[in-house]
Design a protein around this ligand. Structure first.
Ligand code: AMP
Length: 502
């Protein structure tokens, strides 16, 4: 059996109904059990008579019910908004407001206190209010499948809308070029609010494989994680390179101990050549796939199988060739072809591109475009193309990646500035070897402030409003912000001054 994400229907229902569909953190569901639960939840949602295409928030972590709710929403053509429990309640409420959420499905042990209509994992339905009237555009010919909220530079999260046609483009590509099949067991640990997790979620449901969900506690406990992968014969490892790098420090992380793993699939940040090389040494029978792409283009847009030959041939790590049916362009300001010496902005054109950010016309006009009838997105990433392969050369704006998590530094700065006693502030990244290792919040306090108390107040504000991975590693107080020749804050001088004091 499988769940076709494009039609949002179960197919081949007589084929191995007893096979495991999902191993959740709380329980496992066979394909037949999964099918029944999805139908029951879909009926319940249909009975609520929500406006067509109204978004449904799904809160939880790695419970099987989260996936049941996602499939049920797709069946009813309601986009789901995945909200991992790590997202603080204030931010969750802001997302409810931006999206005009009509229903919350809460699978968490500690349900959110809210006046919204809420369906709990145990089947309890509490009727309540909807958040506004719902401002999500509904196109019956191309309904939204999900909306993932990413960090926004102004302090408000951005809702990336992914429609059925975008999901279809992504799934046609993975079916044709990734070599997965129904025997695969997809290992998930990334939060569902991070679009990396759509890899294993959509491909396992769509191919009729098995989805192995691992909660944060398990993923951070190497013995438990390795044992769980072994117990369930995990075959496709999906993670950021940072997560795999951490596992490479674990002696038991090798093919003899984990013989069923046949693919390592990466996305979300640069894959260091050394990480790829060491994985190929530890797992000689496995493939290492590097993929690249922003949430705005449905998980990933390019793919390369990183073999020993690829590692030998290129000094830089390629991120791959464009997805079937999609185009990658590297465009320099003066229109000259982009090269390693002079990289251009990476543009993505194809059906996999999002229909836009929710209720954000100004940003949509800036970031999205239409070319030859196809949706296009300006990624803000820079790179060049060589031998048909894209190479990534970083960004020129304030978006950074920390352990694979996407962060707009302005999102953090806005929270620091919201604290009484802060005269000025800026969040900046500390890098080592190109990768962001830490974020520091630089603060100019108002005269007479107690820095210790102010630090506490800032951290409290950030913890209340932002996910844990956005909390700065340090808050540094300065008397004045240094200014460069262009009369802008001299960021480098701030960082150099900070490092000199360590
Ligand atoms: P997200 O929307 O969280 O998937 O983040 C997308 C961003 O992560 C991209 O725009 C790139 O800046 C970065 N990124 C994604 N994949 C890769 C990769 N394979 N190599 C380098 N950077 C990547």
């Amino acid at each position: 059996m499988r769940f076709n994400i494009i039609t949002a229907r179960f197919e081949e229902e007589d084929l191995a109904p007893e096979k495991w569909a999902i191993h959740g953190s709380d329980r496992s569901l066979s394909w037949e059990q999964f099918r029944r639960e999805v139908h029951a939840t879909a009926e319940l949602i249909a009975g609520l008579n929500l406006p067509a295409g109204a978004p449904v928030a799904i809160r939880g972590h790695k419970e099987a019910g989260v996936v049941v709710a996602m499939a049920a929403c797709m069946m009813q053509n309601h986009p789901y908004i995945p909200l991992d429990i790590m997202i603080p309640e204030d931010r969750v409420r802001r997302i409810f407001g931006i999206a005009g959420v009509q229903l919350l499905v809460d699978c968490s042990d500690v349900p959110l206190e809210t006046e919204l209509t809420t369906l709990q994992d145990n089947g309890t339905l509490k009727h309540g209010k909807a958040m506004g009237t719902g401002n999500t555009p509904f196109r019956p010919d191309d309904p939204l499948r999900y909306i993932i909220f990413t960090s926004g530079s102004t302090g408000d999260p951005k809702g990336v809308c992914i429609s059925r046609s975008a999901a279809a483009a992504f799934l046609h590509w993975t079916a044709a070029d990734f070599g997965f099949n129904a025997d695969d067991v997809f290992i998930n640990q990334a939060p569902f609010s991070f679009d990396l997790s759509v890899y294993e979620l959509f491909t396992s449901l769509h191919t009729g494989g098995t989805l192995l969900l691992n909660d944060a506690e398990t993923a951070n406990d190497s013995q438990r994680f390795i044992q769980r992968i072994n117990d369930h014969k995990g075959s496709v490892w999906v993670s950021t390179p940072t997560f795999a790098y951490l596992y490479l420090t674990e002696p038991a992380f090798h093919a003899e101990r984990l013989p069923t793993i046949r693919t390592f699939l990466f996305c979300g940040e640069a894959l260091p050549k050394m990480t790829a090389k060491r994985l190929l040494e530890r797992f000689p029978g496995a493939r290492v796939l590097n993929t690249y792409g922003p949430t705005e283009a449905t998980v990933a847009t390019s793919l390369v199988n990183v073999t020993a030959e690829v590692l030998d041939k290129y000094t830089d790590m390629p991120v791959g060739a464009a997805m079937r049916g999609s185009q990658l362009i590297t465009r320099t300001d003066d229109g000259a072809p982009a090269t390693k010496e002079s990289p251009g902005e990476i543009l993505i054109i194809g059906d996999n591109v999002s229909t836009g950010y929710l209720a954000n016309d100004a940003l949509n006009a800036e970031k999205f475009f239409v070319e030859n009838g196809k949706r296009g997105f300006r990624t803000g990433d820079y790179g060049w193309i060589e031998d048909g392969l894209l190479f990534f050369n970083g960004r020129r704006d304030e978006q950074v990646k920390l352990n694979g998590f996407r962060i707009e530094l302005g999102d953090i700065t806005a929270q620091i500035l919201a604290v009484d006693g802060v005269a000025d502030a800026i969040a900046l990244p500390l890098r080592s070897g190109g990768a962001v290792k830490r974020i520091v919040g630089f603060v100019r306090p108002l005269a007479g402030m107690d820095n210790g108390e102010l630090r506490k107040a800032i951290l409290l504000q950030i913890e209340k409003e932002l996910p844990h991975y956005m909390i700065p590693g340090d808050i540094a107080f300065v008397e004045a912000f240094p200014v460069n020749n262009n009369h802008k804050t001299d960021r480098k001088a701030l960082i150099d001054g900070y490092l000199a004091q360590l």
